[in-house]
Write a protein that binds this ligand. Sequence first.
Ligand SMILES: Nc1nc2c(ncn2[C@@H]2O[C@H](COP(=O)(O)OP(=O)(O)O)[C@@H](O)[C@H]2O)c(=O)[nH]1
Ligand SMILES: [Mg+2]
Length: 229
Amino acid sequence: MHLDHPGHSHHGSAVGADAHRPDGTRRALRIGLGGPVGSGKTATVAALCRELRDQLSLAVVTNDIYTREDAEFLLRNAVLPPERIQAVETGACPHTAIRDDISANLEAVEDLEDAVGPLDLILVESGGDNLTATFSKGLVDAQIFVIDVAGGDDIPRKGGPGVTTADLLVINKTDLAPYVGSDLERMARDAREQRGDLPVAFTSLTGEDGVAPVAAWVREQLAAWTAAA
Ligand SMILES: Nc1nc2c(ncn2[C@@H]2O[C@H](COP(=O)(O)OP(=O)(O)O)[C@@H](O)[C@H]2O)c(=O)[nH]1
Ligand SMILES: [Mg+2]
């Protein structure tokens, strides 16, 4: 339990919101993925879909500023059938669409549940922003913040709400650490200092099964969600 992070349930897990739809059926667990542009959010979503789609009923919402590029990448790579992927175009401010005016995202989530539900899990990828973008708790039940080692190994030390409060911090592209001179030990130490007991996963999505630690965390969240419902 993390007493310094309100909103955490008594199960030692991030999820704790109302697990039911108005008609009494259990709704999907919603997990947000935020973080700077290029850190590997879409790659993480794609890898999670491949890892989980055989056991779970999944859908994805993407947020792009003016395009549908992330959704198109997921479609091109056939990680899910097209009817399970919805794109929200956010205009100039991607953080607004996941934090302040979440109506378009909520509509996308609800449309997916109506169209292809019942769903176990909906992944919502943010449009990519700076280090301050976090999801409204009205939109997602838990959030992952994705940074990468090539963005500089001082990012965990600099903190910010994403790094400090996300339910899971993913530090991606560990395969690049030797080339960009990033010190993974130092990143782990700094992250621990900022986050206390909140978990951190180091990933490299170029490797076989590189998303495994994130998938394991998602499965834990889902188990807690199902137990609560
Ligand atoms: N070397 C390496 N490249 C990665 C990794 N994960 C993602 N990438 C690449 O980084 C670029 C940006 O990834 P993307 O998922 O689109 O980032 P997003 O903007 O956060 O959604 C793409 O070219 C990916 O192929 C990784 O673990 N290692
Ligand atoms: Mg993306």
